[in-house]
Write a protein that binds this ligand. Structure first.
Ligand code: PLP
Length: 427
């Protein structure tokens, strides 16, 4: 638990848009960007907006900002061993597509991939790679945690282990669902996968983790987790619209073929997966995320900042979950899609549907909020199409779920305002 209590008002002062009083509750879609980030973007564009790699002084500075500062700071957010293991792309979707092309020549027919059917960004590239190379795709699906609610689903390690075989080559999991809000214990899962794969005689297993929905809430640690690939999007982590991908050094050397121009001498660095430049100002802007996170606690330590974030977020999650699982709301037909519990294995991304005698479309609930104004929430499948499509009893995928997704800059007062509207619409 956090040794330092988050000063929420101080945190909010880094996001001018919050002063308007509008309640941003669609943060799993994208967070607000911290001032530190925006200042760097303007500084880059106003003062160092030239091509990289020339010898004149301004280019030397812009090169340092993009090729040195950007990867160095992103490496800290992954806790990567080296900035050479970091590649930038315009989105996590694109980074994973690029990774799948980079891995293509190291995949053999009959190899097996295991994926979590969550956000399509972490499913489609693997499915297509499997189809191109004659590999087999298996799914690790979530299952209910309580018999009273068939939608209370969660990924369970015991469902993953039987999927592993001597042919397992890639395991691509999520660290946190952008709908269910539950955190996957990555370290534990990876250890179990590697042990089982070894026992069954698998020759080479590489593990990829989608941290897009995890990064705003918890500290990523690719070394401690023992993973080969990891991706997150800065625009969900108080930064600009750009994504970082971690590729472990041995995978860079032995598994990934370069997808950049043939004459670029980048065989041992992650840059081999970065065809063309992502926005330079965005790479430099992303270096503002760490100063913002460090401003949250006096410890000058990212882990301490995330501990404080997690502790505050529990205070947001608690009233929201309590309301939705209250017998009155259960009777009304409210069903949480995801775990019904409040604990540190869950982030304040809360999804639900209204079923039963008087069902309500997710869209109708969000429309009600939109008409009242002042609060941003959304409905749908949120690109976790496979997840929503496989829930049973079946849901209309387009209508999907109502999702309220909070982060540490949200306040308990904001949650109460959201609950007031929920009470009205569920009457
Ligand atoms: C869990 C998860 N993975 C991947 C993505 C894709 O990220 P991007 O928009 O950067 O492609 C998202 C986006 O919402 C997501 O929530």
């Amino acid at each position: 638990m956090a040794s330092f209590k988050l000063d929420v008002q101080k945190a909010r002062s880094h996001f001018p848009a919050l002063d308007s009083g509008f309640i941003f509750a669609d943060n799993a879609g994208g967070s607000q960007a911290a001032k530190e980030v925006v200042d760097r973007i303007s500084d880059y564009l106003l003062n160092t907006n030239v091509q990289l790699g020339a010898d004149y002084s301004v280019s030397v500075l812009s090169t340092q900002r993009v090729l040195t500062d950007g990867p160095r700071e992103a490496a800290k957010l992954f806790n990567a061993h080296s900035p050479d293991e970091i590649v930038f792309g315009s989105s996590s979707t694109l980074n994973l597509v690029n990774l799948s092309y980079g891995l293509e020549s190291d995949i053999q027919p009959g190899d097996e991939f295991i994926v979590t059917g969550e956000h399509e960004a972490n499913v489609g590239p693997w499915r297509k790679l499997a189809a191109r190379r004659g590999a087999i795709l298996k799914s690790w699906n979530p299952s209910p945690t309580t018999p009273e609610n068939p939608y209370s689903v969660k990924l369970k390690v015991e469902d993953l282990i039987p999927l592993i075989s001597a042919k397992t080559r890639i395991v691509a999991i999520t660290a946190c669902s952008n709908i269910l809000g539950s955190i996957v214990p990555v370290k534990e899962v990876v250890k179990a996968v590697r042990e089982e794969a070894k026992a069954k005689g698998a020759k080479k297993v590489e593990i990829s983790v989608d941290c897009v929905a995890y990064a705003p809430h918890r500290f990523i640690d690719v070394q401690d987790w023992d993973v080969d690939f990891c991706v997150f999007s800065f625009y969900k982590l108080y930064g600009p619209h750009i994504s970082g991908l971690y590729v472990r050094a041995p995978a860079l050397q032995h598994s990934v073929t370069k997808i950049v121009h043939h004459f670029l001498d980048v065989d041992t660095v992650a840059y081999k997966l970065q065809p063309g430049g992502p926005g330079y100002e965005l790479v430099y802007g992303a270096t503002g995320v760490i100063p913002y996170l460090l401003s949250l606690t006096p410890q000058n330590d990212l882990r301490a900042s995330f501990d404080a974030i997690a502790a505050h977020e529990q205070t947001l999650l608690q009233p929201l979950i309590s309301f939705l699982v209250d017998p009155v709301q259960k009777e009304r037909g409210v069903r949480i899609v995801g775990e019904e519990t409040v604990n540190l294995e869950r982030v304040p991304t809360v999804s639900f549907i209204v079923t039963g005698q008087r069902p309500l479309k997710s869209r109708a609930i969000v429309d009600f909020f939109d008409k009242k104004g002042g609060i941003g929430i959304r409905y749908g499948h949120f690109y976790a199409y496979t997840l929503v499509d496989t829930l049973a009893p079946k849901l209309d995928t387009d209508d999907g779920v109502v999702r309220i997704s909070l982060v540490h800059y949200n306040t308990v007062e904001e949650v109460h305002r959201i609950l007031e509207l929920l009470k009205e619409v569920l009457r």
